[in-house]
Design a binder for this molecule. Sequence first.
Ligand code: LLP
Length: 432
Amino acid sequence: MILHPHLDVNRAGHLTIGGMDTVALAREFGTPAYVMDEDVIRAQCRTYLAACRTHFGADALPAFASKSLSFTEIYRIMAEEGMGIDCVSGGELYTARNAGFPAARIYFHGNNKTERDLADALDMGVGTIVVDNAEELATLGALAAARGVTQSILLRITPGIDPHTHRAIQTGNVDSKFGNAIQTGQALAITRAALATEGVSLLGFHCHIGSQIFEIDPFLEAADGMLRFIAEVKRETGFLATTLNLGGGLGVRYTENDPVIDYAEAIAGIAAAARAAAEKAGVPLPRIILEPGRSIVAAAGITLYTVGGVKEIPGFKNYISVDGGMPDNPRYALYQSVYTALIADRAGEPATYRATLAGRCCESGDLIGEDMAIQPAKRGDVLAVLSTGAYNYAMASNYNRLPRPPVIFVKDGKARVVVRRESYADLVRNDL
Ligand code: LLP
């Protein structure tokens, strides 16, 4: 096993994913390429579903946060596994519905949904819209009333929790572009407004405190804060929330230094805290929705590159250049995210070399990581970066006019393309 149980080394000394030789996969599909183990994705869905039902109740639902990985096949898999979906744009909604994902199990997010987004969501019968702010509430109410429908909504609340994660991916602080803070009274104010708005039916509340969080405490605090808020709303307005969406955010192992998370245990812990908080607040535990993204898909994926060159600058450092970079993985440039990389051809050998992994863009900040431990490399080697299943393909761009890599799924010893590699013709498709 290398970092995750589905990654290993075969007799040839090559890295394998789901039992398949990554050097052979690189040869067959070319590089750069995202490769994902489908069984790992499905197993994570089942872990979440079982743990949610066992610990929160039969009606609890994990909704996959598809911002972390969005293409047709992923929505098909989520539909088959019985998951809900969190969509955050018209494009995600379109992809989900086009893939046949049931609209009733969609939670539609976003801090600035356009009128068109809202109209599209109403027209496709999206189950729940998570309303972010007062303007959106009024717009949605008017659009729904004009159609003669009543739209189920949750309100996005910021519980004022500060988890230990990168500032750019914290979302539950009072000072946030998302939602309505409990502390400032704005959460209660928008609740009163929602109860008075025609065309919407308020089911309850949503919060999401951040992403890549390893400690369980911030989740427990959030559950506690939200249940106290639900009790306050009941006292102040008489409205009793029947749904509470606690968002996503559980962390994933990117390096050997990261802990191994037992997701079922984490969910059990959050459920116990939520139950205790509900009892203390004197309200029944609402139906619970969770929105995991990263923890469903990150570990399943790796990215394969081909090494172009190795440059050793005496007295400075070593660079290994690969045939991708920030366009397929912008996370180091954005958040200094740490990854594990290895030479797939010699994955069993010790990582005795230290190098900065450089992408191929015309920009010094185009790095996959700095000062990484890796096997000595040479031109033509296949280089694998691990745990790239979340927020890599989803955040990919065409910077420097680089075509986006394909997504390859492996399962039962077979590999299939689920997103084909972009061509140069794709790059000019919309140019007039
Ligand atoms: N629900 C909501 C409302 C969210 O905003 C997010 C993530 C999730 C659920 C899923 O969180 P997860 O389980 O994946 O942590 N691009 C950044 C991550 C941004 C997360 C945005 N929201 C990164 O690459 O680290």
